[in-house]
Design a binder for this molecule. Structure first.
Ligand SMILES: [Cu+2]
Length: 105
């Protein structure tokens, strides 16, 4: 009984603490949006949807992230909490066209 009450009290806290989500789409070897604004100081759950039939690799030295996303697939990349600033990223398999930047503010 005590445990149940505790669990109920904890629910709203859990809801507030849920990750912020942001999404990116890859199409024609380009990221959309190319400029992704996120709040500084928060952990972000970044969902990357690849609508191209070929794989892409999300890579960012500034964010220290590297992840392959299968063709017509989806990947989740956790970033942050970030200091205010700009964090460029690119698609390593199509570096000339697949470019973007996360802007934390
Ligand atoms: Cu790489």
């Amino acid at each position: 009984m005590k445990a149940l009450v505790f669990a109920c009290l904890m629910l709203p806290v859990a809801a507030i603490a849920a990750d912020l989500e942001a999404s990116l789409t890859i199409r024609n070897h380009q990221f959309s949006p190319a400029e992704l604004k996120v709040p500084a100081g928060k952990k972000i759950k970044l969902i990357v949807q690849n609508q191209d039939p070929t794989p892409e690799e999300f890579e960012s030295h500034e964010l220290n992230r590297e992840k392959v996303i299968a063709g017509n697939g989806k990947a989740t990349i956790y970033i942050g909490p970030l200091q205010p600033g700009k964090y460029p990223f690119f698609g390593e398999f199509n570096e000339k066209t697949a470019r973007g930047v996360v802007i934390a503010e």
